[in-house]
Design a protein around this ligand. Structure first.
Ligand code: SF4
Length: 372
């Protein structure tokens, strides 16, 4: 079944490391945008089956619950959806309170993904985040009280001035908060990120590379011990709580993205919507197309992508199945490049499955480069 991604490009303030498609919240523009998004969904041809809705951003929790309800309703009017649709809302802890969480639940959201990033105020301030560690702790309790049984937290690793002990303290706080799912991201500093200048001015440093590797491995060991199962390079979950939506990206699935800058992949074709929010709204209102880039992937590209995204999963990738789908003897073709990683213990071949070990996950890009 399809996954549906709805992009909400508004934030209350802009974090100094952020490279996403987003801008400052503007109430009038938000209203026009939600109308446009609804129109884009409703003009999609009817009847395809979809089982996930993911509100990503930006900060989707800046929407009013009635906006979210109307967008979910548009999805239901357009797609055939089963009863147990996974409906995720990315949420900034500072943008919600108990009443708003209740209203999101009533609107049909059943999974919250909180951008916590850190449980230490000094780290949050260095990132320009607007919430405090205390707020992050409280918001998870409020989500539970509002009836959310599927809560995810994002944490960022390798932050300025963060050392291994700080990172592990963040993980202890996460485990205490007891979410159902967690995503652990490495801070990536893009070339013009304002955080780079701030780091230079304040003389903040990042821990050495080997410490980043230690953070990753020791952090995951701590989560293993707390009963979380790692299912993807950056994601862990309690049993049955892996993100159904994100799994579509890693299992050669199909998804439709709505909103400015959203990407879609379906039947071997990939396309992207215009990125600027105002431009997107104007085009929808003029009944014009919003797609700015569309191309059919070659069979070769689909094969490569199925292999390297599948390898992100702990379960690995079934190379016989992928090979059958794309008409290729995968081991015959890539085996020479992969065997050295198997010999080094970074990659395991078990029957038709190929999977990275945890050590291999640290060097995933190197292993995956065999496929491209
Ligand atoms: S809240 Fe998220 S999307 Fe918005 S500026 Fe910060 S990192 Fe970027």
């Amino acid at each position: 079944m399809l996954g549906l991604y709805l992009h909400i490009p508004f934030c209350s303030s802009i974090c100094n490391y952020c490279n996403f498609n987003r801008g400052l919240y503007d109430d009038a523009l938000k209203t026009r945008y939600v109308d446009a998004l609804r129109t884009e969904i409703l003009r999609e041809s009817q009847g395809s089956a979809a089982d996930t809705i993911f509100f990503g951003g930006g900060t989707p929790s800046l929407l009013e619950p009635r906006d979210v309800a109307s967008l979910i309703e548009a999805c239901r009017a357009t797609f055939a959806m089963p009863g147990d649709v996974e409906t995720t809302l990315e949420t900034n802890p500072e943008t919600v309170d108990r009443a708003k969480l209740d209203a999101f639940r009533a609107a049909g959201v059943n999974r919250l993904s909180f951008g916590v990033q850190s449980f230490q105020d000094a780290e949050l301030q260095r990132l320009g985040r607007i919430h405090s560690a205390d707020r992050a702790r409280r918001v998870v309790r409020e989500a539970r009280a509002a009836g959310f049984e599927n809560v995810s937290l994002d944490l960022m690793m390798w932050l300025p001035e963060q050392r291994v002990a700080d990172w592990l303290a963040n993980l202890d706080a996460l485990i205490e908060a007891d979410p159902d799912h967690a995503s652990l991201y490495l801070l990536e500093l893009y070339p013009n990120a304002p955080l780079r200048d701030e780091m230079a001015r304040a003389q903040w440093s990042q821990a050495p590379d080997e410490d980043a590797a230690e953070m990753y491995v020791r952090g995951l060991e701590r989560l293993d011990a707390a009963g979380y199962e790692q299912y993807e390079i950056s994601n862990v979950a309690r049993a049955g709580r892996a993100s159904r939506h994100n799994l579509k990206y890693w299992t050669d699935g199909e998804w439709l993205g709505f909103g400015c800058g959203a990407h879609s992949t379906r039947a071997g074709v990939r396309w992207k919507n215009v990125a600027a929010t105002g431009d997107y709204v104007d085009r929808i209102n003029a009944r014009a197309g919003v797609v700015v880039d569309r191309r059919a992937l070659t069979r070769e590209e689909r094969l490569e992508e199925a292999l390297f995204t599948g390898l992100r999963l702990n379960a690995g990738v079934d190379i016989d199945r992928v090979g059958a789908r794309y008409g290729c003897d995968v081991w015959g073709r890539f085996g020479d490049g992969l065997q050295p990683f198997v010999d080094e213990g970074l990659l395991v071949r078990e029957g038709p499955r190929l999977r990275l070990t945890r050590g291999g996950m640290l060097l995933a890009n190197e292993v995956m480069s065999v496929f491209v």
